[in-house]
Write a protein that binds this ligand. Structure first.
Ligand code: ADP
Ligand code: ZN
Ligand code: ZN
Length: 680
C-alpha cells in the first residue's frame, strides 16, 4: 500500500512558517516516495525544494485543494537523518527546514534553481588525497602497546553483537596524552566495526590542520573511506555523499558536518580532539557536532568514542573514561617552565631569547604561539589620545603593516594606515605586538634565509590581508609542509600551530602572553588556556627531549600551573568543582539570546520584554541574567540575556516561544534575535 498524501517541509528560511504541508501524490509517484524523499513543490508563487517528513491517507485540507509536487528526485535523505533534523530543530531552537538543510545531499538546493540540471550526475573520479602528507603511513596495523590493547578490548566488547543486542548506550572518553596512540585505537575500532558489517564516522577538527589522521585512514581503508573536506569541488562532494549513501564507502572522515554522513548501520562515531571549539556551528541551527554525534550514536545503538589529551570537563563528568597515560615511544613529556613577565620590558623573556638562539645554533626547530594577529593591537594619537576604532564595531582596529592597512577583526572593515590624526598631529603610537611583528623581529634577530627560516601561520599569511579569521585550507597545508621539510627554523602563529600536526624535530615550544585567553569574560577561559598550553606541549619533543616556555603576567593562574605539570586530572577536578559551585555546564545548561538593532533602546526594550516573560514562565528552575550590553558589531547594537537552567527541554521551548512572540510585536520592529543553546 502506498500513501496518497505526502507531508512536506518546504526548505524556506522563514522562521514563522509552520509546516509540514500536505501534497497530493499523483499515482505514478506514489510507489517511489518515502520519508526523506526530496520533491520540488509549488509553494505560494514559488517552486521550492521540500523534504517528505511523513506519509498519510488523510489530510485536514480537502483533496481538491491539495496541490501536487512538480517533480521528485531519485536521491533522498535517509530516514534516520530526517529524525535527526527534527531533533536538532527542537534542541537548538531552530526550524525543521533549516535543520533539514544540514542533512541534504550536497548541492541539492542549487539543483532546484536549475543551475545544475536534474539529479542524474556524472561521476567525478578525482578524489584521492592529493593534499595529504602520506609520510610515515603504515597501511598494516602495528602491534598494539599494552595500554592500547586494554582499551581496544573494551571497545570491541562494546561493538560486539551482544552489546548491540542488549541496547546499551555505549559512550567512552579516550583520555590519552599526545602521542599515546589514540589514532591507532580509532583505526582498529573502525576496522572492527567494519568486520561486524557496520559503518563509522570519524570527526576531526579541521582537515588542513590534521591531515595526518586523514592520511592514515585512507592508507588503512582505501576506497572504503570517504573524506569530506573544504577543498573538495561541489562535484567531488556530491560523489563522496553518493558513495556513502550507496554503501560503497562505509567510513567517513571529516570535520563537524561529517556527523551528517549518510551511513547506514552505523557502528561507531569517533570525535577526535573533542575539546576543539570548531565542533560548534556558528550559523543557525547552532548545533554542537559532539552532541549531535551522541544523539545519533544512541539512536543507532552505535558506540560513541570521544578522544583528547585535554578533554572537556563536560566529557570527563559524563563519560566513562579509558586512559592512555604514556607515549607510544616511551618518551617523556617536555619540561614546561613558566616565565614571569611582570617585570619584563621586552616582548621576549631573556630565557626565551636564549632558548631560541640555542635552537638556531643546533639547527633545530621551534614553535612559537601568540594568539594575536597583525603588527600592533591598536594605534593612538600621542597628541590628543584618539584611538583608531572600527566605524561599524566598538573595537580598536589592528595594524597590518605589510598590507598597509588597519583591519577590524570582527567585521572585516579595512582602511588605510593613517599618516595624521584629525587633530593634525602626525605622532601616531603603535601599541602591543601581534604575529606579524613577531615574525619580523625574530627574522631580524635569528633568521638565516633558507638555512633558518621563520614561518608564520595565521589567517593573514594564507591569502587574506588582515580581514577575517578564515584560514584557507590549502594554504595551511602547504605552509605546514614547508616547515616540516625545512632542515631547521621557527614556526610562529596563532592557536592553529598547537593543533594536530606532528613534527618530530621540534625541540622547543614557546607560548607568549599565555594569559591572553584567561582575560576573556567567559567561563571556558580557563579550560581554553589549559588546553592551548597542553596541546602545544604535545607538539614538542616527540621522539626525544623537549622543552616548553610559557610567558605570562599571571604565573600563578590555576590553568597555567596545571598545564605546566601536565596534570589534566588535577585541572579537571578543580574545574568541575568550580563549575558546580557556579552552576555552569555540565551542572546546568546555558542559553544565550541576543537582540540586535540599529538603536540601543530598541534592542534593550526587546531584551527586557523577553526577560520579563521568561522570568514569569520559568520560575525558580532557571536564572535569567541580563540584559547586558555587548559591544556594537557591524553597526548593530546588541543586548544579551543568559539563561542558566536545569531543565533544558522546557526552557528551550519557552525561550523559543518568548522570542517568537517578541518578534511579532510592532514596537520591536527592526530588532533581530538569535538564540544559542550551549553557546561557546
Ligand atoms: P595520538 O593520536 O594519541 O597523538 P598517534 O596514534 O598519532 O597518537 O600515535 C603517535 C605515533 O605513534 C604515530 O606516529 C603512530 O603511527 C605511532 N604508533 C601508534 N601506535 C603504535 C604502535 N602500537 N606501535 C608502533 N607505533 C605506533
Ligand atoms: Zn590626535
Ligand atoms: Zn568592525
Amino acid at each position: 500500500m502506498s500513501s496518497a498524501i505526502a507531508q512536506v517541509e518546504p526548505l524556506t528560511t522563514a522562521r514563522a512558517l509552520r509546516g509540514p504541508f500536505d501534497y497530493l501524490l499523483p499515482e505514478e509517484l506514489r510507489a517511489g516516495i518515502a520519508v526523506g524523499s526530496m520533491l520540488v513543490v509549488p509553494f505560494g508563487r514559488r517552486e521550492v525544494l521540500g523534504v517528505v517528513v511523513g506519509l498519510t491517507e488523510h489530510s485536514e485540507v480537502s483533496e481538491e485543494k491539495l496541490l501536487a509536487p512538480l517533480r521528485a528526485f531519485e536521491l533522498g535523505v535517509p530516514i534516520d537523518l530526517v529524525a535527526l533534523a527534527e531533533w536538532i530543530a527542537a534542541e537548538y531552537c531552530s526550524t525543521i527546514a533549516r535543520a533539514l538543510r544540514l542533512v541534504l545531499p550536497p548541492g541539492a538546493n542549487a539543483r532546484v534553481a536549475g543551475r545544475l540540471g536534474m539529479p542524474r550526475q556524472r561521476r567525478s573520479t578525482v578524489r584521492r588525497p592529493q593534499h595529504l602528507p602520506v609520510g610515515a603511513l603504515h597501511a598494516e596495523p602495528p602491534a598494539l602497546t599494552d595500554d592500547q590493547l586494554a582499551v581496544l578490548v573494551e571497545l570491541r566488547g562494546l561493538l560486539s553483537e551482544d552489546a548491540t543486542a542488549a541496547q546499551l548506550p555505549a559512550q567512552r572518553l579516550l583520555h590519552g596524552i599526545t602521542g599515546s596512540g589514540k589514532t591507532e585505537v580509532y583505526l582498529q575500532a573502525a576496522a572492527y566495526a567494519l568486520e561486524r558489517g557496520r559503518g563509522a564516522i570519524v570527526l576531526v577538527p579541521e582537515i588542513a590542520l590534521t591531515p595526518q589522521i586523514v592520511g592514515r585512514f585512507v592508507a588503512r581503508f582505501g576506497e572504503t573511506v570517504a573524506v569530506l573536506h573544504s577543498r573538495l569541488t561541489p562535484a567531488q562532494r556530491r560523489e563522496e555523499w553518493r558513495r556513502l549513501r550507496s554503501g560503497e564507502a562505509r567510513v567517513c572522515v571529516g570535520p563537524r558536518s561529517a556527523v551528517f554522513a549518510p551511513i547506514e548501520r552505523l557502528g561507531l562515531i569517533v570525535v577526535d580532539e573533542e575539546h576543539d571549539s570548531s565542533y560548534k556551528h556558528e550559523g543557525d541551527p547552532r548545533y554542537d557536532a559532539r552532541d549531535v554525534a551522541a544523539w545519533r550514536a544512541r539512536e543507532q545503538r552505535a558506540l560513541l568514542l570521544v578522544g583528547s589529551a585535554t578533554p572537556r570537563p563536560e566529557s570527563r563528568h559524563a563519560l566513562k573514561r579509558l586512559r592512555l597515560p604514556r607515549r607510544v615511544d616511551g618518551g617523556p613529556l617536555p619540561h614546561v617552565q613558566v616565565l614571569d613577565m611582570r617585570e619584563q620590558v621586552d616582548a621576549l623573556h631573556p630565557e626565551t631569547t636564549q632558548a631560541l638562539a640555542e635552537v638556531r645554533r643546533a639547527r633545530g626547530k621551534a614553535i612559537v604561539l601568540l594568539n594575536r594577529r597583525g603588527w600592533s593591537n591598536f594605534l593612538s594619537c600621542r597628541s590628543c589620545g584618539t584611538v583608531w576604532g572600527c566605524p561599524q564595531c566598538d573595537v580598536a582596529l589592528v595594524l597590518h603593516r605589510a598590507a598597509g592597512l588597519l583591519a577590524c577583526h570582527h567585521c572585516g572593515h579595512r582602511e588605510r594606515v593613517p599618516v595624521r590624526c584629525h587633530c593634525g598631529s602626525t605622532a601616531v603610537a603603535r601599541h602591543g605586538a601581534g604575529t606579524e611583528r613577531l615574525q619580523h623581529d625574530l627574522a631580524a634577530a635569528l633568521g638565516d634565509g633558507e638555512r633558518f627560516p621563520i614561518f608564520r601561520l595565521d589567517a593573514d599569511t594564507l591569502g587574506g590581508d588582515g580581514g577575517r579569521e578564515q584560514p584557507d585550507a590549502g594554504g595551511v597545508g602547504a605552509l605546514l609542509r614547508r616547515f616540516q621539510e625545512a632542515p631547521a627554523g621557527v614556526l610562529i602563529g596563532t592557536q592553529m600551530v598547537a593543533k594536530g600536526h606532528d613534527f618530530p624535530e621540534v625541540k622547543l615550544g614557546v607560548v607568549l602572553d599565555a594569559d591572553a585567553t584567561l582575560r576573556f569574560p567567559d567561563f571556558r577561559a580557563e579550560e581554553r588556556t589549559f588546553a592551548l598550553i597542553a596541546q602545544l606541549a604535545g607538539r614538542v619533543g616527540r621522539g626525544g627531549e623537549g622543552r616548553v616556555l610559557v610567558q605570562t603576567i599571571a604565573p600563578e593562574a590555576r590553568a597555567i600551573l596545571y598545564a605546566a605539570q601536565h596534570d589534566s586530572d588535577g585541572f579537571l577536578d578543580g574545574e568541575l568543582e568550580r563549575r558546580a559551585a557556579l552552576r555552569y555546564p555540565p551542572f546546568a545548561h546555558l542559553v544565550r539570546i541576543v537582540c540586535h538593532a540599529t538603536e540601543a533602546p530598541r534592542a534593550q526594550a526587546a531584551a527586557t520584554a523577553i526577560r520579563d516573560r521568561l522570568k514569569a514562565q520559568l520560575g525558580t528552575d532557571a536564572a535569567v541574567l541580563g540584559p547586558a550590553a555587548l559591544f556594537r558589531l557591524r553597526g548593530r547594537e546588541r543586548r544579551m540575556l543568559l539563561i542558566k537552567t536545569a531543565d533544558r527541554r522546557a526552557s528551550v521551548s519557552a525561550i523559543g516561544a518568548a522570542v517568537q512572540r517578541a518578534a511579532r510585536v510592532r514596537a520591536h520592529a527592526g530588532v533581530s534575535f538569535s538564540v544559542d543553546v550551549d553557546p561557546q
